[in-house]
Design a protein around this ligand. Structure first.
Ligand SMILES: C[S@@+](CC[C@H](N)C(=O)[O-])C[C@H]1O[C@@H](n2cnc3c(N)ncnc32)[C@H](O)[C@@H]1O
Length: 237
C-alpha cells in the first residue's frame, strides 16, 4: 500500500501550516454521532475552509455517494442524487497546486463511484452527468484565502448555491445563484474557529439573513435539470 504523504516540505509547513490529516483520523472524526444525519443527507452543506487536497471533503463525498446509491432505484436516479450530493460540498484552499489536487481528488472520488454504478446497472456513461460534475466541482472548490475572502487575483471568493427546485417529471431541477464568501460569512452562520483548525464543518451555508446583502455577483443562472448544469445557461434580461 502506498504510504500516505502528510507533509510536502518543511517550508510549506512553516509558511502555510500544511500538514495533511491521515485517512484514519479523517474517518474517526467523521464517525462522530452528531455528523451522521448530515452525512446521510444529500443536501446538507459542508465547507472545508483550509481544504488542502480534500482529505475531509473526499471522505464526506464518498459517504454521501453511498447514500445516493441507497436512495436510487435506477441509473437516472443515481446520477441526480450523486450530483446533488456533490453540489453540497465546498472547499477553499490557499495554494494553487493544492487546489488543483483538491479538484482532481473530488472528481476521481465522484467518477470512481459513478463507474461502479454504471457497471452495476450495465449502462453507459452519460456525458452530461460527467460534464455537470466537473462544472459543480469547479464552482465549489475554489482557490483563495479564507481569512480575507479573496483569491490570488485579489478578486472576491465566489460560491454557488445549487438550490433544489420542485421536481418536474421526476427530474431534479436546481437554481444556481452566486454569492461572495464575504456575504456568506457576514450574513450567514459564523465560521469562527473553523479557518485555522483541521476539519470540515457542516453549515447551512446559504441561510443568509432576510435583509442580507443581495447576491453580490450579478450572474443569474436559469433553472436547469441538475444533469444539465454544465450548460451554464444564464437568464436573459
Ligand atoms: C493543516 S493543512 C490541512 C489540509 C486539510 N484540511 C487536511 O486536513 O488534510 C492546512 C491547509 O490550509 C491551507 N491554508 C493555510 N492558510 C489558509 C487560508 N488563509 N485560507 C485557505 N487555506 C489556507 C494550507 O495551504 C494547507 O493546505
Amino acid at each position: 500500500m502506498a504510504e500516505e504523504r502528510l507533509i510536502k516540505s518543511n517550508k510549506r509547513v512553516k509558511d502555510h501550516g500544511e500538514v495533511f490529516t491521515p485517512k484514519q483520523i479523517v474517518k474517526l472524526m467523521l464517525d462522530q454521532d452528531e455528523l451522521q444525519d448530515d452525512l446521510k443527507s444529500l443536501t446538507a452543506t459542508f465547507l472545508e475552509p483550509a481544504a488542502g487536497e480534500g482529505a475531509f471533503l473526499t471522505e464526506v463525498l464518498r459517504r454521501k455517494l453511498l447514500m445516493a446509491k441507497r436512495l436510487s432505484h435506477s441509473m437516472t436516479e443515481y446520477e441526480q442524487h450523486a450530483l446533488l450530493a456533490l453540489s453540497s460540498l465546498y472547499g477553499i484552499e490557499l495554494l494553487v497546486d493544492n487546489t488543483e489536487r483538491l479538484v482532481m481528488n473530488m472528481y476521481h472520488t465522484f467518477y470512481h463511484a459513478y463507474i461502479a454504478e454504471l457497471q452495476r446497472y450495465g449502462e453507459y456513461e452519460n456525458k452530461a452527468t460527467v460534464s455537470s460534475a466537473i462544472t459543480i466541482i469547479s464552482a465549489n472548490m475554489v482557490q483563495g484565502n479564507a481569512l480575507t475572502g479573496r483569491n490570488k487575483d485579489d478578486q472576491p471568493i465566489v460560491f454557488s448555491e445549487w438550490r433544489q427546485l420542485p421536481e418536474k417529471r421526476k427530474a431534479v431541477w436546481v437554481q444556481r445563484t452566486e454569492y461572495t464568501f464575504d456575504a456568506i460569512i457576514n450574513d450567514g452562520p459564523s465560521l469562527d474557529g473553523q479557518i485555522k483548525g483541521h476539519g470540515v464543518e457542516e453549515l447551512s451555508l446559504f441561510e443568509l439573513d432576510d435583509n442580507r446583502v443581495e447576491e453580490v455577483v450579478p450572474m443569474s443562472y436559469a433553472p436547469l435539470k441538475i444533469t444539465d448544469v454544465y450548460k451554464e445557461k444564464l437568464i436573459e434580461t
